[in-house]
Design a protein. Structure first.
Length: 407
């Protein structure tokens, strides 16, 4: 973006000279007179983007300058702020949009739809791979989500369920999964009876929200060891071909749920101690390698619970587990930590204390990078339980990670 030291008009006039445009040519191409740039309140976001396009720049080129002039003169209306924030958000410039959304929220007009939407955008912008930051973001937002339009609320419910997954609040995951499925069903009924009066403003196909409601409920029930109820959820989302109005995108989403259902059925069998499914699960992971991480974290926990060997599975798939540097969302980050933590316990139980301590230090460093403090504390506690078996090098690596936390 351009510097805020100059005015928009000065910057644009310099560009006109560079391109050889006269003011009248510019006005004809951009649909705005150059004199209007002295009065930013009269300029729309679409006009800013049109000016940028005419002068060979991308959308957002003048935003910082526009903001500087508006705030300097206190001339930006709430609607203009929201429009600009939305434009930035849609371009992936969430960091730049946050101050604008905060200002709308700080004005405190809770009845204004833009206020509620700004709360949602702040939530979306603030969640990431840090578990504790996600906790704070969802706590701040969840008192507002019911005031969102129904279609936008679908995305809010899905994201809240995902965030609660990362800090293992299975009651909350189940609650929001139920709400998601119920809302998706209600909207689906309106859709098939032609009672929707505008297109859905959702990030995903409607079938995704129904399927994710079933899937996340199944995950919550599995974590609460209510396996029979979880199996019913798996059956429900494993075949969504009955869903009305499936286009090519919808059909691809239905296929994803079929694949997830197949794997989660095997995982549930493993969770109840049925070791006979291990060969089938191994074949499944060969066919769908993107399911290796979520599946292996559960495999390790089941192995520790039922005291069976998964050495063959580990030999085949452990090297295909992603590293923290390739993890881009909070769900995968949490799964990665749990795989390594359960792997540590598995190694200790099978007598490999040196290997287990190396893995424990790796899990500790992972928890630090993810800012997963409850996981970090679990690793510290486990390290001190086995500290007498640690080498001097392992102790140094442990201390180095702790120093990084306190720095």
């Amino acid at each position: 973006m351009v510097t805020t030291i100059q005015s928009m008009r000065t910057v644009v006039e310099n560009e006109l000279q560079h391109h050889g445009y006269t003011p009248s040519q510019f006005s004809e191409l951009a649909g705005i007179r150059i004199e209007q740039l002295d009065y930013p309140r009269s300029v729309t976001i679409d006009q800013l983007d049109k000016i940028a396009s005419v002068l060979g720049h991308g959308p957002g080129w003048l935003y910082e300058l526009y903001l500087g002039q508006c705030f300097l003169n206190d001339k930006l209306t709430c609607s203009q702020q929201f429009s600009l924030a939305e434009s930035l958000f849609e371009q992936g410039k969430k960091k730049e949009a946050i101050p604008l959304y905060r200002q709308i929220v700080d004005k405190g007009n809770t009845e204004d739809p833009q206020y509620v939407m700004s709360q949602f955008r702040l939530f979306q912008s603030l969640i990431g791979t840090g578990v504790e930051e996600n906790r704070e973001a969802v706590f701040r937002f969840e008192t507002h989500y019911k005031h969102l339009p129904e279609d936008v609320r679908l995305d809010a419910l899905l994201q809240m369920a995902n965030v609660y997954y990362t800090f293992e609040r299975w009651d909350k995951v189940g609650q929001y999964a139920d709400e998601l499925r119920e809302l998706a069903t209600a909207i689906y009924e309106k859709l098939i009876h032609n009672e929707l009066y505008r297109p859905l403003q959702t990030e995903r196909h409607l079938v995704v929200y129904y399927g994710q409601g079933c899937l996340m409920k199944g995950v919550a029930l599995t974590k609460l060891e209510q396996y029979e109820e979880a199996k019913r959820c798996v059956q429900e989302y494993s075949d969504l071909s009955w869903f009305h109005g499936l286009d090519e995108v919808g059909k691809k989403e239905v296929e994803k749920f079929r694949i997830w259902g197949k794997g989660n059925r095997l995982i549930l069998e493993l969770n109840t101690g049925n070791l006979k499914v291990l060969p089938e699960l191994s074949a499944y992971l060969d066919e769908y390698p993107n399911q290796i991480l979520p599946s292996l974290s559960v495999v390790m926990k089941a192995a520790n619970r039922y005291h069976f060997s998964v050495d063959a599975v580990l030999a085949k798939f452990e090297k295909r587990i992603p590293t923290v540097g390739t993890i881009c969302d909070h769900i995968n980050g949490t799964q990665l930590f749990h795989f390594w933590y359960e792997k540590v316990i598995y190694s200790f139980k099978r007598g490999g204390k040196h290997q287990a301590l190396n893995e424990l230090i790796h899990a500790l460093g992972l928890a630090q990078k993810l800012r997963y403090y409850s996981g970090f504390e679990k690793c510290v506690s486990l390290f001190w339980k086995y500290v007498d078996h640690a080498t001097e090098q392992q102790k140094k690596e442990y201390e180095k990670i702790l120093e990084g936390v306190s720095a």
